[in-house]
Ligand binder design. Structure first.
Ligand code: DGT
Ligand code: CA
Ligand code: CA
Ligand code: ZN
Length: 573
């Protein structure tokens, strides 16, 4: 029998299992080729927009690049038997926490394996004790320096967490997969994400889930026994904290249904929002706790099953989670003046994307197909200028013309992403720029060299429509270049240039704070994916999240309009 699509394991779940299999094989010392193959398959599955489990059942998963017969077979096992047998076998032979060792600073799979096999250490607690007693140095190829790093890393309360704050874009799919799995459990009633991920913060520390259940301990047990859990850091009858094999920490709280609204409100935060809400409540004679709102005078307690009712009772409109940062949202919600925030479905097209004509991973045809599936009306191909020298730009235009005939009325725009050189000039001449429907200009080198002046000078070009990733930051890797945002916004308004919110998970550039400044100055922004593969077009959800955190409405975002309207709004060429 073919299972219903809704019951099939999600792509993220399949990818996690293949990654865990690769981790465990690496720890066992298996050969590198198969490990690499599993990791590549996991990456491919994450990028695939349709259900890979369904494709595998239909015998079509092998058509995906990087997935062969063997891996397709493993996916079918997950669907039909509820487990991947090779993974079950390895989980029985490799102690679960050893997978955590290999993520500690200075340790890779080889050393992790030697710690386990040569020293017989199989738990994080055991590793910490050995490192503190200086029993590791001189063994398993570990020197004093590495041992000290292990001590330092494990001394932190969240030692096994991996990088301190993970990117929202990589975490959100996992969190949603967990929420989905918990919803399927018979004891669960309501399950919601909470915390910083619900607020769409660009990075998150730990992942918060709130649930109600007919049998709370059963749901907590189930949560702790999920396949990818390598460590249960804390567990009680109504809550637990677990660590996944990739180091993410998940907090689950199961709460009484009658207080679900109170608790969801509390655990969504932010802390600053909650503090301000409570202070405001105190002034009005109420005391707000995780579980209830109490009238101070009478001592009467109010519990709310719905979050909307917590806000309403306290005299506010319901506040979208993205706004809950104590940035004026409480006052606006009290006076009924919250903005109507832009939504993902408002976007009518993507104005910054790549193909295999430059460094994209998917072809023009595939990218356009994926854009059509998203329901867009227009779509700009903005391949990198340095990859379109000679007659290539002209040849790409011809390819776009030909495809446009087939997809009309869908409109493929001939865009380009040009480089802003260190001296502020563009690396494409005006005659070529004139042939483009949409020009994105970006800094890709020497980020600290006159970043503001270079952007201002690019905006002077009559052909530049939009500035790409204005600060050039890579979250956790490269700091934003110190641009003078005020001058950039002013010049954008003066020249009729737009600025993007680049939705790549590690860019989100403009950031929420910068986008809010743009809005306050009256500048419209473009939310685009900068997608280099079909699976990346969905990143605009993250850009929309930042835009909502920046209080942006539909009107503040240029590409909520038709292409015709955009042509009227942009600078004259
Ligand atoms: P994160 O995990 O650092 O990315 O950020 P959050 O916001 O998810 O923070 P987390 O997980 O520590 O706590 C979840 C929510 O619980 C937080 O947003 C608000 C609430 N909360 C936590 N600690 C406090 C507190 O000390 N006071 C108040 N009023 N609320 C708190
Ligand atoms: Ca959190
Ligand atoms: Ca938490
Ligand atoms: Zn790009």
């Amino acid at each position: 029998m073919i299972a219903d699509v809704a019951e099939l394991p999600r792509n993220e779940v399949l990818a996690e299992q293949l990654d865990l299999l690769a981790d465990l094989m690496e720890l066992e010392g298996a050969d590198g080729f198969r490990i690499g193959a599993y990791r590549r398959a996991a990456a491919r599955i994450r990028e695939t927009p349709s259900s890979v489990a369904q494709l595998a059942l239909d015998g079509k998963a092998k058509q995906l690049q990087g997935i062969g017969k063997t891996i397709e077979g493993k996916i079918v096992e997950v669907v039909q038997d509820g487990e991947m047998h090779a993974l079950t076998k390895r989980k029985a032979s490799v102690p679960a926490e050893v997978a955590v060792f290999m993520r500690l600073p200075g340790l890779g799979p080889k050393t992790a394996r030697r710690i386990w096999q040569e020293l017989g250490i199989t738990t994080v607690v055991g590793l910490r004790a050995a490192a503190e007693a200086q029993e590791l140095r001189g063994h398993a190829g570990i020197g004093a320096g590495t041992e000290e790093k292990i001590v330092a890393a494990l001394a932190q309360p969240q030692a096994t967490e991996g990088p301190r704050r993970a990117l929202l874009g990589t975490t959100l799919p996992k969190l949603r997969a967990v929420v989905e799995v918990l919803r399927e459990h018979p004891a669960s009633v309501e399950v919601s994400l909470a915390g910083s991920a619900r607020r769409m913060r660009e990075t998150v520390r730990d992942l918060d889930i709130i649930a109600t259940a007919t049998d709370p301990p059963a749901l907590v047990d189930y949560f702790c026994s999920l396949r990818w859990v390598v460590d249960v850091a804390a567990k009680g009858p109504t809550k637990a904290t677990v660590v996944s094999h990739d180091g993410s920490r998940f907090d689950l709280r199961v709460v009484p249904p009658e207080s679900y609204g109170n608790l969801l409100q509390h655990f969504t935060g932010s802390k600053n929002h909650n503090v301000a809400l409570r202070e405001d409540a105190v002034r009005r004679g109420y005391s707000v706790s995780e579980y209830s709102v109490t009238e101070v005078e009478t001592g009467e307690e109010h519990h709310f099953a719905r979050e909307e009712d917590v806000y309403r009772f306290l005299g506010y409109e319901w506040i979208p989670p993205e706004l809950r940062e104590d940035g004026g949202e409480l006052a606006a919600a009290r006076s009924g003046t919250l903005p109507k925030l832009v939504e993902l479905a408002d976007l009518r097209g993507d104005l910054h994307t790549h193909t295999t004509w430059s460094d994209g991973k998917d072809t023009l045809e595939d990218m356009v197909g994926a854009a059509q599936l998203r329901g867009y009306a227009y779509y700009a191909i903005c391949d990198h200028s340095q990859r379109l020298r000679g007659d290539l730009l002209q040849r790409q235009s011809e390819a776009i013309d030909a495809l446009n005939e087939l997809v009309a009325p869908f409109r493929i725009l001939k865009g380009i992403e040009v480089n802003i050189r260190p001296d502020g000039t563009l690396d494409v001449d005006d005659a070529d720029l004139e042939t483009r429907d949409w020009v994105v200009a970006s800094t890709h080198s020497r980020f600290d060299h006159n970043p503001t002046e270079r952007i201002l000078s690019a905006m002077d070009s009559p052909y530049v429509d939009c500035i790409g990733h204005p600060t050039g930051r890579k979250i956790g890797k490269r700091p934003p270049s110190p641009i003078d945002l005020e001058r950039v916004i002013e010049k954008a308004l003066e020249t009729g240039t737009f600025i993007e919110v680049n939705s790549q998970p590690d860019r989100l550039d403009l950031s929420d704070v910068h986008a809010r400044a743009a809005r306050e100055a009256g500048l419209k922004v473009v939310i685009d994916s900068d997608g280099h593969q079909t699976g990346a077009l969905g990143y605009v959800e993250l850009g929309v999240g930042q835009a909502r955190r920046a209080w942006l409405t539909k009107d503040d975002v240029l590409n909520t309009r038709t292409w015709k309207q955009i042509e009227k709004l942009r600078k004259r060429r």
